[in-house]
Design a protein around this ligand. Structure first.
Ligand code: MV4
Length: 448
């Protein structure tokens, strides 16, 4: 097992990883920017090292700064968390080259899944179908026109280097294909330095369902069911739940086993998420994330598995501590992402937290790095914590979430807890009746 893990992240996820290290008897090293000198992850780690000035590009995203911190602290592994360097294949490669373990899949797996066309090709070869469309890159506007005519309108043109919604264009008819193709291509080049695009049938109101998998890198893989992450605004998830309200045990086993077999066959090592659009009873693969995700706690709650612990075990070559036939989902879990932002304008609201109080009680978990007196810096994302509830069924989980949010106190800044209170009281939400565009249309028709 590793003796020291460097946690290349900040905020609640850095604390989550430090906790796992301590439980496993592993030393934890924090890295921080000058803006985070007083951050909780710095206090909770066994040692801490400053890696640069406040802008992420010069600190948490600086490969050389993080690499140097590993060498200086004699860390034998790096956990990247989510965001920052977590899905950067050249960083994974740099660590490999310096004999430091990356807690995640191989640089090669990170790179292949980062290329969305390649990811679709790999998954298709493992019997996981994507949305019908081009088999590979679309080279020209004429090519796009021909494929669009074949699959039928509407279509969506996506950047191969994309994800997160950038470099995407929808065409609802023949006259829109050329413009959509040209715009998607130039946006892709500007955003990702790669102008490769592909085309798919556009699905109107799907759900976003993602399957949690863990591979041991030695030909074994497990799945931990799905999460429904459809409630989002501008590609930022707001609320996630497990199990998915639209997914029954038969469907879960079918898609779950397919995903587990895929990671097993790939020789994938680590945690991953296989993302699907789900419509009319069918799953369509869109992307695979090769990192730990923000919303992993809902899966941990219903499966009773510590995903970070399994990541560390697998990276150290110890294999998984769990087997598929011993795993089952129990009850229902919901996560609310608490952001420092105004509602309903969604403007960032950094500043000093004058009083902080976390909710508690049975089935309530709050992952946060905020404390009374903490100054939320303006440099990073607005996530200040996650309230995760777990209860026997969905209705009681929603009721528990509402009560937990009543208990939450974050004075001094604005935050989005009132948004969740309104969602908890909404009929569609209570019925589990929503899709990826539901939240944005509801926000448009709701007065505050
Ligand atoms: C789609 C789609 C509809 N049809 N693909 C957006 C980000 C990227 N990860 C994939 N995305 C979409 N791909 C087809 N063929 C709709 C979206 C989409 C979306 C997907 C998941 C979660 C939120 C979304 C919001 C808008 C559009």
């Amino acid at each position: 097992m590793f003796s020291k893990i460097l946690v290349a992240n900040r905020g609640e996820i850095a604390l989550r990883i430090i906790r796992a290290c301590k439980e496993m008897g592993i030393g934890a090293v924090a890295v921080h920017s000058t803006a985070d000198a007083n951050a909780m992850h710095v206090r909770m780690a066994d040692e801490a090292i400053c890696i640069g000035p406040p802008p992420s590009a010069d600190s948490y995203l600086s490969q050389s700064a993080v690499m140097s911190a590993c060498i200086v602290t004699k860390s034998d592994a790096v956990h990247p968390g989510y965001g920052f360097l977590s899905e950067n294949p050249s960083f994974a490669q740099m660590l490999e080259d310096h004999g430091v373990n990356f807690i995640g899949p191989s640089a090669e797996h990170v790179r292949r899944m980062g290329d969305k066309i390649e990811a679709k090709r790999v998954m298709q070869s493992l019997n996981i179908a994507g949305v019908p469309g081009s088999d590979g890159p679309v080279e020209s506007s004429d090519d796009a026109q021909r494929i669009a005519n074949d699959i039928g309108f509407p279509v969506i043109i996506k950047a191969s280097g994309g994800g997160g919604g950038r470099g995407m264009r929808i065409a609802t008819g023949r006259d829109q294909v050329e413009g959509a193709f040209t715009e998607a291509r130039s946006e892709a080049l500007a955003a990702f330095g790669n102008d490769e695009v592909y085309i798919e049938k556009y699905l109107d109101r799907p759900r976003h369902i993602e399957v949690q998998v863990i591979g041991d890198g030695k030909g074994n893989g497990i799945h931990l069911g799905e999460r429904d992450c459809s409630l989002q605004r501008r590609h930022q998830k707001i609320l996630e739940e497990a199990p998915g309200p639209a997914i029954d045990p038969t469907l879960r086993a079918r898609i779950g086993i397919q995903c587990a077999e895929a990671v097993a066959k790939m020789g994938y090592a680590g945690a991953g998420t296989v993302e699907f659009l789900y419509a009319d009873g069918a799953f369509y693969f869109i992307e695979m994330n090769t990192r730990l995700q923000v919303e992993h706690p809902v899966t941990e709650a219903v499966y009773g598995v510590d995903i970070v612990r399994e990541q560390i075990r697998v990276a150290a070559g110890q294999g998984l501590s769990i087997q598929q036939d011993h795993l089952n989902t129990r009850g229902h879990a919901i996560e609310a992402r608490i952001n420092a932002e105004t509602v309903p304008e969604f403007r960032p609201s950094p500043g000093q937290v004058t009083t902080f109080h976390a909710p508690g009680g049975p089935g309530v978990r709050m992952d946060t790095a905020v404390y009374t007196g903490y100054e939320i810096p303006p440099w990073y994302d607005s996530l200040v914590g996650k309230v995760i509830v777990h209860s026997e069924d969905r209705a009681s989980a929603l009721a528990k979430l509402s009560q937990a949010l009543d208990e939450l106190i974050i004075d001094g800044i604005e935050h989005n807890a009132p948004l969740f209170q309104k969602l908890c009281a909404n009929k569609d939400i209570q019925d589990g009746n929503y899709h990826i565009h539901w939240l944005e249309s509801w926000l448009n028709e709701t007065s505050w």
